[in-house]
Design a binder for this molecule. Structure first.
Ligand code: ZN
Length: 354
C-alpha cells in the first residue's frame, strides 16, 4: 500500500539533541532505539510530519517517560511541571530548530523544511521527506512577540501555546487519569494576543496540551480551524490530555482536525503505560473520531520518539501494520489517503497564508 503518511507529531528533534555531527548523521542511519530515523521512515512510508521543539523541564526527565508519576486509587497524577525561564527556553529552542536545519542540510535534498502548502504537496508527491517546524510550548517567545516574527521567517508554521506546564500565555494541562481536561485556568491576555498574531501570520495553533478552559478561550477567538496535533478520545481513555465530545464537536464545527496519538497511555481505557496494547484499541479511537468529526477531519499524530508505542507499531517502520489493520477494518483507499496525509494538507491549506 503506497500511501504517503504525514504525521502530526514527533519528538525526534529532542531525542537527537544535542546536535553534534554524529547526532545529525545518526538520523540517516538505521537504528533500533527510538522510533524515527530516515531509513525506518522510508520503510514505513512515513513521508514527513510536524517536528516538535520540545524543551524538558530542567528539574525532571519528562521525555521519554518515566515521568514523576503518583499512583492514585483509580489511576495516576503527574505533578505539573514548573514554568521555564525564557532565556533557557530560547537557547534550547534555537538549538533544536538549528538541529532541524542541520538535518535538512545533511539530507542532500531528501528532507526539506516546509513553509508553504504548495511545497508540502509537491514534496509528498516527489517523495521528499517534509518537515514542519513546530514549537510545543511558546516559552521562547517574548510578550512583544518579536521572536514570533523572527521564528516565522525562519520557518515556524505550527505552535502549541503551552506544553503541560504554565507559561506567560496560558496553562498546560497536567497529566491525570481519570480526570476531565477541565483543570486550571485558561489563556492570559498575552495568550489571546498570541492567538491573534498566529492567525495573522498563518501559524497553525495546536490545542493538544491546553487544558479545557484554554481550549475554549482559543476556540472563541481563533479564525483558523481548531487542530489537536496529537490527542485522542476522552470518552474511551479519560486522561486530561484527551478531548471530550464537546471539544470534538467544536473541532468539527471549525472544520479542524485531530491527529490521533499512538501513545498507549492515551489510548487504553485503563490508562496504563503498557506497550502490549493491541492496535484494535487505536482503531477504536480512529473509528470514534471519524464518526464524530467526519472522515475529512482525522489524521495521525503518533508522538513517535516521545511516548510508549503499541508493540505492533513499535516505530516508523511499523506504520504499514496500522494501514493493513485499518483496511481490514473497512477503510477503503480513499479514506486511508485522507487519514494518511490529505486531511493534514487540507487543514494547512485553510490555515497557512501560502
Ligand atoms: Zn506532546
Amino acid at each position: 500500500m503506497q500511501i504517503p503518511i504525514f504525521d502530526g507529531h514527533n519528538d525526534s528533534l529532542h531525542r537527537l539533541s544535542p546536535y553534534t555531527p554524529e547526532a545529525v548523521e545518526s538520523f540517516f542511519t538505521q537504528h533500533t532505539e527510538g522510533h524515527v530515523d530516515f531509513p525506518r521512515a522510508r520503510t514505513g512510508g512515513l513521508a514527513g510530519g510536524f517536528f516538535a521543539v520540545f524543551i524538558p523541564s530542567a528539574s525532571s526527565t519528562i521525555v521519554p517517560p518515566p515521568m514523576e508519576v503518583i499512583i492514585t486509587e483509580t489511576g495516576y497524577e503527574v505533578p505539573l511541571a514548573p514554568a521555564l525561564d525564557r532565556a533557557t527556553a530560547l537557547a534550547a529552542t534555537l538549538a533544536m530548530a538549528a538541529g532541524l536545519f542541520r538535518l535538512e542540510a545533511a539530507a542532500g535534498g531528501q528532507l526539506k523544511v516546509v513553509r508553504t502548502t504548495a511545497e508540502l504537496a509537491s514534496y509528498l508527491e516527489q517523495g521528499v521527506f517534509a518537515a514542519i517546524l513546530h514549537f510545543e510550548g511558546a516559552e521562547a517567545i517574548d510578550p512583544q512577540l518579536d521572536a514570533l516574527e523572527v521564528f516565522y521567517q525562519a520557518g515556524l508554521r505550527s505552535l502549541g501555546l503551552v506544553w503541560s506546564r504554565p507559561n506567560h500565555f496560558g496553562h498546560g494541562v497536567p497529566f491525570r487519569f481519570p480526570h476531565t481536561p477541565d483543570i486550571g485556568p485558561g489563556l492570559t491576555d498575552a495568550g489571546r494576543a498570541l492567538v491573534r498574531a498566529c492567525n495573522t501570520l498563518g501559524i497553525l495553533l495546536d490545542v493538544s496540551h491546553l487544558n479545557e478552559q484554554g481550549f475554549w478561550d482559543l476556540a472563541s477567538l481563533t479564525q483558523a480551524p481548531i487542530v489537536a496535533t496529537h490527542s485522542a478520545v476522552h470518552a474511551i481513555c479519560p486522561t486530561t490530555r484527551n478531548l471530550t465530545d464537546k471539544q470534538l464537536d467544536a473541532i468539527r464545527d471549525s472544520d479542524g482536525m485531530v491527529g490521533v496519538n499512538f501513545e498507549v497511555s492515551a489510548l487504553r481505557p485503563d490508562g496504563y503505560d503498557e506497550p502490549d496494547t493491541p492496535l484494535t484499541v487505536l482503531v477504536r479511537h480512529i473509528d470514534y473520531l471519524v464518526e464524530r468529526l467526519g472522515i475529512d477531519r482525522v489524521g495521525f499524530g503518533s508522538d513517535f520518539d516521545g511516548a510508549t508505542m503499541p508493540h505492533e507499531l513499535s516505530d516508523a517502520a511499523g506504520l504499514p501494520t496500522l494501514l493493513v489493520e485499518l483496511q481490514q477494518h473497512g477503510y477503503d483507499t480513499q479514506s486511508l489517503r485522507k487519514l494518511c496525509f490529505e486531511n493534514w494538507l487540507r487543514v494547512l491549506q485553510r490555515t497557512w497564508k501560502s
